[in-house]
Structure formats: structure tokens, C-alpha cells
Design a binder for this molecule. Sequence first.
Ligand code: ADP
Ligand code: MN
Length: 174
Amino acid sequence: MGGPKGPNILVTGTPGTGKTCTCAAIAEATGLTHVDVGAVVRAEQCHEGRDAEFDAFVLDEDKLCDALAPRAAAGGCVLDFHSCDFFPEDWFDLVLVLRADTATLFDRLKARGYHEKKLQENMQCEIMQVVLEEAHEAFPAPIIHELQSNTVEEMEANVDRVKQWLQQWRADNP
Ligand code: ADP
Ligand code: MN
């Protein structure tokens, strides 16, 4: 929807695809505010504890949306999160789904110290394009863009595209 401070962008994708790096670069290039949703989950306790089997927080999606709603309404945010199907459809003007090649993602998650089970789970998630399908269930196709995020050059190109998209958005929403 965008607000007084501009449009909202969601950057989503399997862990390790480059969301946090890309959001930081978008924020730097555009002045939009990077919102690390995982940090909000922890800081505002938008979860029901950790799931031992999956080694991840069990999200309280309603509480998380309540916590994020004022920022979404103000606009000008780049949200950074690995899942997306519980966000209100009208929060975002642009949804970017980052993708990485299997070998690239494997190396990144290994470097992050993920244990075998979590590593395999996330690799499967990327191979089965779970997040891309989730995005398509939650948002209209025209605002969803699948972007390769394997190299620094690809990341720079993605940030450039966002800059251009933002210029157009500002021209269309004076
Ligand atoms: P996410 O937030 O999606 O889990 P990060 O942004 O933390 O992913 O990136 C994971 C790792 O991959 C980091 O070490 C980061 O430096 C590296 N990385 C991310 N995007 C790229 C890219 N486009 N090219 C090269 N390395 C990248
Ligand atoms: Mn991240």
C-alpha cells in the first residue's frame, strides 16, 4: 500500500539467499528503512517458544503482524523475512523473492554453521521453491519478482532495479 514515507517492499526467500545483505543495500541506496522481521520476532516475543525438532521459533503470526502494522502503515519499509504467507496482501507494493543456486546456498548455510538436518531442510525449501509458491499464494503476480542472488554483481543489479522501480513509484504517487 505504501504510506506517507513511501512504498513498502518485502524481500523474502530461503535462509541464506541474501535477504539481509540485499535489504541493507536497498536501504543504503534508497533511504527506505530496513526492517529485520526476525529481530522484531525476538524483541517483541512474537513467538510461542522454540520448536526443538525444527530448531526455529514457532511464530505467533497475529502478534507479529500487530507489531509490524504501524510501520507498514507509515510506509517506506523494506521487510526482510524468510516466509511471507501471513502478511496482509495490501501491505506491499513490491515483493522480491531471492533465489540462489544449490551449491551456492549449501556453502552459505554451511558457513553459517547449520547442522545437517537444518541444512537439508533449507536446501529442500530452495529446490522446491517453497517461498516463491508461498508468495504467489499471498500476493498478486504482478508485484512479485523472482531475483537471482548468487553473486555480488547480481545483488548490485537487484538493488539498481529497486532504485529504478522506486523512482517510477514516486513519479506515479506524487
Ligand atoms: P539471508 O538474510 O537471506 O539469510 P544473508 O544476507 O545473511 O542471507 O546472506 C547469507 C550469506 O551470503 C552472507 O555471508 C552474505 O555475505 C552472502 N551473500 C548474500 N547475498 C550474496 C550475493 N548476492 N553474492 C554473494 N554473496 C552473498
Ligand atoms: Mn537474514
